[in-house]
Design a protein around this ligand. Structure first.
Ligand code: PLP
Length: 397
């Protein structure tokens, strides 16, 4: 089928919720994806920070094939080994003691919101329900996660929102302190804001939030949906800070391309959930868990990949800094590991389109911030190829 016909069918049969690029991706391997016309692209989007090991990593493919032949889905009324093994791996490599599995980032956030409210009511026996979240945050699109997301543009026409969220500026611990009241049960924050423009808070911010939560008996809940699973050079971004949360939401990179989300929690927080209090039909299904186990195995193996993320991230940032020196319209370059933003003084759609023509997939957020989040396996040469393309594109402006 020719590409224009495929796209016409897409427009005819699929609801119009995405501004899509006019290409149909049919195949991927490592850093590369291919469209229906056989064109090759270097993928600096990774399905929005999902394909952390690149496309179709052979170890993930084999794990999926094996598991698909054995057992794909069973109800959570029974135990299944891949789910247990994945939970064990996550617990052994994080602050968490217990895991709840779901299928996406927004579901992990819903679980966090419900856990925080229940923790107050059932464990502390206090009628507290309010959660403090940060301006510029993005936590997902279901009604609870949407209300947690402190960006009005996502709320428009969906009001009334779920009650019980208080918004304060990001990277301002004093504002959080001032927002705490007798109804507050938790603070929910991204260690680095992703959709909000790759905003990296000052050193000490999470520590200050931890102190506020400890003093007021609140849960500190991290949204590591975008920053988790190695994206910043550590398995979880909180590891850079010396501070551990009570709860963390995971998704995106967890399943190396399979849909899976998870909520990690300490025993203290996790005790709020009891049979029947929360659940998911597909959450923790053997197939998605098998992919996540294979992916974690690769990520953690021999301590090679995560240190490389830091190194490649520094090289990437430095190269973008050099572009900033050359081109006055580049306002800022920021990020950590392989979650990097470049703020321009104009809308960056045209740069995304120009990169596409040159064979690079890149993303734009908040209209004027280019966001780069390649698979964690990206090489220095591949980063340099993108920098060369950006240099040419910027020069023509
Ligand atoms: N939280 C963060 C930080 C995100 O970046 C996203 C998605 O971009 C979500 C939550 C929602 O995840 P999902 O799209 O899997 O529901």
């Amino acid at each position: 089928m020719i590409t224009s016909n495929i796209i016409a069918d897409s427009q005819k049969y699929i609801m119009n919720t995405y501004g899509r690029q006019p290409l149909v991706l049919v195949k991927g391997r490592g850093m590369k994806v291919y469209d229906s016309d056989g064109r090759e692209y270097l993928d600096f989007v990774s399905g929005v920070a999902v394909n952390n090991l690149g496309h179709c990593h052979p170890r993930v493919v084999v794990a999926l094939q094996k598991q698909a032949q054995r057992l794909m889905h069973v109800s959570n009324h029974y135990h299944n080994e891949p789910q247990i093994n994945l939970a064990k791996m996550l617990v052994q490599n994080s602050f968490g003691d217990k895991v709840f599995f779901c299928n996406s980032g927004t579901e992990a956030i819903e679980a966090a919101i419900k856990l925080a409210r229940r923790y107050s009511r059932e464990v502390l026996h206090l009628n507290r329900f309010e959660i403090i979240t940060m301006r510029g945050s993005f936590h997902g699109r279901t009604m609870g996660a949407l209300a947690a997301t402190a960006q009005e543009k996502f709320h428009k026409s969906f009001e009334p929102l779920v009650d019980g969220f208080r918004y304060v500026p990001y990277n301002d611990a004093d504002a959080v302190e001032r927002a705490v009241n007798e109804h507050t049960c938790a603070v929910l924050v991204e260690p680095i804001q992703g959709e909000g423009g790759v905003n990296v808070p000052s050193a000490g911010y999470l520590k200050a939030l931890r102190d506020i939560c400890d003093r007021n008996n609140l849960l500190l809940m991290l949204d590591e949906v975008q920053t988790g699973m190695g994206r910043t050079g550590k398995l979880f971004a909180y590891e850079h800070t010396g501070v551990a949360p009570d709860v963390a939401a995971l998704a995106k990179g967890l399943g190396a391309g399979m849909a899976i989300g998870a909520l990690l929690a300490t025993d203290k927080a996790a005790q709020a959930f009891t049979p029947g209090s929360h659940g998911s039909t597909f959450g923790g299904n053997p197939l998605a868990c098998a992919a996540a186990i294979a992916s974690l195995d690769v990520l953690l193996e021999d301590n090679i990949l995560l240190p490389a993320v830091e190194q490649h991230g520094q090289h990437f940032l430095q190269s973008l800094e050099n572009l900033k020196k050359q081109f006055g319209f580049v306002k800022d370059v920021r990020g950590k590991g392989l979650l990097i933003g470049m703020e321009l003084d104009f809308e960056c759609k045209e740069i995304v389109t120009a990169c596409l023509k040159e064979g690079f997939l890149i993303n734009c957020t908040m209209d004027n911030i280019l966001r780069f989040m390649p698979p964690l396996i990206v090489s220095t040469e591949e980063i340099d190829q993108l920098i060369d393309a950006l240099t040419t594109i910027f020069s023509k402006r």
